[in-house]
Design a protein around this ligand. Structure first.
Ligand SMILES: [Zn+2]
Length: 162
């Protein structure tokens, strides 16, 4: 997926500009996700969306790369906030696993409880961010989501996952 960010960043919309309402982003994102789930089933759709997020996370992670882990985490938190993806909060970091919360999540903040977690792209994005720094493949999954009634998004990353 290398080079796609440069391609996408070339915008020519002299009348409409670069901003879109959040609802438009969510509709594109969630309708795509629901349709994929109809076609591929829950497991297939989740894997596909999560891996797409992972590819983007790796691209972004490579751009924010820093030899210091603390500085890298700081840059990622700033990026996620500046891009208005959400407010990334490290919750727990211990040997072999990392837990991060995403408050005010771009996809689900404020949504009513629909009984399922929907931020698989974001979970994959976090995985890609971690992989860009460690060079190791990790496993990630969403453990909390506004769409599941949890009031916040939370992603667990299992490191050293072969
Ligand atoms: Zn979310």
């Amino acid at each position: 997926m290398a080079g796609w960010i440069e391609t996408l960043s070339q915008v020519r919309r002299p009348h409409l500009g670069e901003d879109v309402p959040l609802l438009v982003f969510r509709a594109f994102r969630v309708f795509t996700g629901m349709y994929l789930e109809d076609v591929l089933g829950h497991k297939g759709a989740t894997a596909l969306i999560q891996n797409a997020g992972r590819e983007l996370g790796k691209e972004v992670g490579e751009r924010l790369q820093d030899s210091s882990l603390d500085r890298y985490i700081g840059k990622v938190i700033d990026f996620v906030k500046d891009a208005k993806i959400g407010l990334l909060i490290p919750v727990d970091l211990k040997e072999g696993s990392l837990v991060v919360a995403l408050d005010e999540c771009i996809t689900c903040a404020g949504m009513p409880n629909i009984g399922k977690r929907i931020c698989h792209f974001e979970a994959g994005f976090v995985a890609g961010i971690v992989e860009a720094h460690t060079g190791n493949k990790v496993r990630a999954y969403e453990t909390k989501c506004n769409a599941h009634g949890d009031g916040i998004c939370e992603v667990v990353v299992e490191m050293n996952y072969a």
